[in-house]
Each structure stands twice: as structure tokens, then as C-alpha cells.
Design a protein around this ligand. Sequence first.
Ligand code: G4P
Length: 531
Amino acid sequence: MSLSSEIQRRRTFAIISHPDAGKTTLTEKFLLYGGAIQVAGAVKSNKIKKSATSDFMDIERQRGISVATSVMTFEYDSTLINLLDTPGHKDFAEDTYRTLTAVDSVILVVDCVKGVEEQTEKLMQVCRMRAIPVIIFINKMDRDGKDPFDLLDELEEKLQIKVRPLSWPVNMGSHFKGVYSLYHKHLNLFTPGSQRLDADILTISDLQDPTLDDKVGNKDAEQLRHDVELIEGVYEPFSLTTYREAHIAPVFFGSAINNFGIQELLETFIEIAPVPQHRITEERDVRPDETPFSGFVFKIHANIDPRHRDRIAFLRVVSGTFYRNTVYKHVRLDKNLRFNNPYTFMAASKDVIEEAYPGDVIGLYDTGNFKIGDSLTEGEALHYKGIPSFSPELFMELINADPMKSKQLDKGVVQLTDEGVAQLFIHSSGNKKVVGTVGQLQFDVIQYRLENEYGAKCRFTPIQMHKACWITSDDKKKLDEFMRLKSEFMYFDKEKNPVYMAETSWALNVAIENNPDIAFHTTTEFMSAVS
Ligand code: G4P
């Protein structure tokens, strides 16, 4: 098969949601359709317990399982689908944000009872920032949830994106009867509790057809006719271009647990979701159909066995064909590397691969060469953009609890932060280390892993910190002056970029107001300056 046909048949995406909306259940149903698993329940264990007090065993179990399910590759109707897993626990949100740099589209799951939740909004913000096309799946229609029209309004308002229903429910809760596909113009009738994969589909080209009344009853038939008329009147016709440009999100309704509306979602997804896309580097735009291979690392996973220090770097192929046992250039280190056992994640098992194509994710054994954001190429110096660090939300000072083990501590902290577990900021005086994370659990993970994998002991003490802002300016003098005046609050990240640590939002606002020549950034992408 040619490179271009390999690209055309691939879809690389992630399913994202607020915890409990149904991401795991939907993932599992997709895998069932793809024949990648045989029984329901197989993906269930892929979740850290949701209680706030997840213990270390959970963390370890999660790390083990999440390697196996990091990328789930399966085929459906000769389309090759790479489904990238994202952690369900909110404390691992940054992992999710980074995974979103490696996908070409997402399916966002929303619970029809709860509507848009906190994490849904945050995830959508990242999708908007990266212009990732989004399909929304409203789940749990077998429950009495919010009115579908109200849900659509809520989505538009809270997620700040225009929506366009492509399917419509016939009633909900215990009266849920099915979903009418506005895209394929057919009615899929619901059988509660059915786990059948083949849907009981009634093709209705004309909604006035009395068969509709026979199947769902007069009242619901009339309601559906009325709703559909309203939708077609109010919403603009679905446009593939606007969806792919991430200006509009098509919406589907269904029930993942009942396997309802899933096949339609999957089939429409395959039809409309973008194939592997180009990516921007500091040097130029890289198209997938370019012959030379290139790709970037978006995730690093440590070996769960502490006796083996090797790690797995997850690389997304952007262009060309990757071949096993071939020498590629590690751009940051300017070093040639060869991979004997790169693996893929076909059917949830790890298989060594001979070649990989744009959109694919490969696992590379790593002995410490890789950092998140690194690129591999056939020789060209390409630096992929858009694998940012985000300003953490929680900050603690790292205290060495065993001075005899400072070297181990330093090494451990550097390696764990390379993996993206947390971010490290070193005070400009050099004698204070601050660790920043997006969740409390991360501090427990660091402390536990430092002790178990590096033999180092640490403590964390809370500090007053509101935000970490990377600062830049065209005027070096002004930047130096600011850093001198604010030296107490000046830190450096691991790449030695200056970071202003604002203690309060008030202090940050004052600093921004008083220093118009300095840009304050909340991500290392240096795109989204704080306003
Ligand atoms: P998550 O990965 O987004 O956190 O959600 P997950 O799929 O685990 O689903 C969260 C809960 O919602 C699960 O129940 C799941 O069975 C249920 N669920 C998923 N889809 C539907 C649906 O379409 N309708 C209804 N009524 N429930 C649904 P649980 O009690 O937390 O777990 P379990 O005991 O069922 O495994």
C-alpha cells in the first residue's frame, strides 16, 4: 500500500470526558466493534479509583495498566483506528493535555444528567487552543437527564463552540425509544439491555411515514417530527469543513452501557473525522505525505519494575514511514539512534513492528535519551511545536529529607519531571526547589517513586503561590531589570527559562500592568499570554 493510502485509512483520536461520564465504557464498546476485545469489562480496570484517597497500589496498578492501554489500535471496515487513552483522574490532566497534541480529533463524552462539568470545560479549552475537531457524544440517555435542546444550549455556552446535532433522541430515561440519525436519515430503535452489536435499524427517508408511529407511538413520533423540523430550521446544515476547522461540533446521543448509538457514532466518526494531519515545527510545516520520516515524543512512561530503569517513549509519526532497525536522528541530542524493538499496540498486546505510518504511535525503549517534545527525523533538524508545559495549579517546596542521598534525589526529580509527572522550578538564588503539579496526587506519586526507584527521601512543604508565568520580552534590559527587582519571586524551569512566580492573582495583575514590555505566559508555548 502506498504512503498516501496508509494515511487515508488512518484516524488517530482520543476520547475525553469529566470522570464518570462514560469514557471507559465508550472506549470498550469501540474496541468490541473493532474486534480488539471479546468481552465487555476488559477495559474497566484501566481506571484509578476515583476516591480522593487513591493509595499507592492504585498508582502502581494504574501505571502498569496504562502502558498496555495507552494506545489502542483496531480496524473497523478497513479503517485503522488509533485510540489514545487519557487518564480519567483529574490529577493527571496534564498528561491528557499532552496526549491531545498527538491526536487529530477527539470525541468528548458528556453525561446527559450532569451536563457540562468542570473537567469538560478545561479539556475543551485545550481543544479550542489547538483547533482540534470535536465530536460530542451525549451519554446515558437511558436516564432522565436534561432536555436535549437545553443541553445543546449549555454546550454552546459553556464550551464556547457552535454545535450541530447529527442524531436526535426519541424520548429519554425509561421512555427512551431510540435515536434518529439526522445524518443518515434512519431510526435506530432501542432495546434495553441488549448487547447486540448489530443495530435494529429502520430506514425512514420520510418522517411522515406512518411506520414511525407504529414503531414509537403517535406522541413520540409527532414530537420527533416537530424536533427535527425545529433543528433543521434553527441549525445550519452540517458542514464538514467547519467541523474539521474546529468551528462546529457535531453532537450525537446514545447510551454507551447499552451499546446504543455507538455504531452510528463510530461509523460517522470514520466518515467525517480528519485523517492524520500536518504538524508545525519551528522550522516549517511538515506534511504527512512527505517521504522522509519524522515524529515527536509526547509521553514517557517509566518501567514499573524499579530494577529496570528503562522507559518507554511514545512517539507520534508525523511524516513518512518509520522502519525498525534504521538509524534516525535524535534532533535535540544531535545523536543517531537505532530501534531494534519498536512496538505497536495492536489489539491491546504489544507487538514489535517493522514499520509505522503517519498517525501511528510507537513505543520506543529508552534508557534516558528522551524528553517530552523531542523529535526524531531522517537528518533534518525539526523541532515540533505545541507540546507545552502548562502553568501548574499546586506548588510545594521540595525538601531533601536525607542529605546523604542528594544526588539520587536530584537525578530522580529530573527524570520524573522529564516524564512530565510534575514541573520543577529552581529559585534564582539556586537554593530552593519548587515542584508544581496539576493535582495533589502527583506529590504522593513523586515522594513514593523517589523512595522506591531512586532510594531518595523528600518532604513537601506548602508555599503561597498562585501561578507560574514564563516571561519574555523584546527588550532584554527591561527583562533583566524586572528579574532583578522581583528576584525573590524569580525561578528558572529545567530549560533555564525565567519564570515569575506570582504569589496572588493581585500581584500578577499588578506585575502585568506595570510592565507592558514584558509578556507573561501561562504555557511554554508562549502563545497564550495572560491578559
Ligand atoms: P469514565 O471512564 O468516564 O469515568 O466513566 P465509566 O465508563 O467508568 O462510566 C461511569 C459509570 O457510568 C459506570 O458506572 C458506568 O457503568 C456508567 N455508565 C456508562 N455509560 C452509561 C449509560 O449509557 N447509561 C447509564 N445508566 N450508565 C452508564 P459505575 O457504577 O461507576 O461502574 P460499574 O459498576 O457499572 O462498572
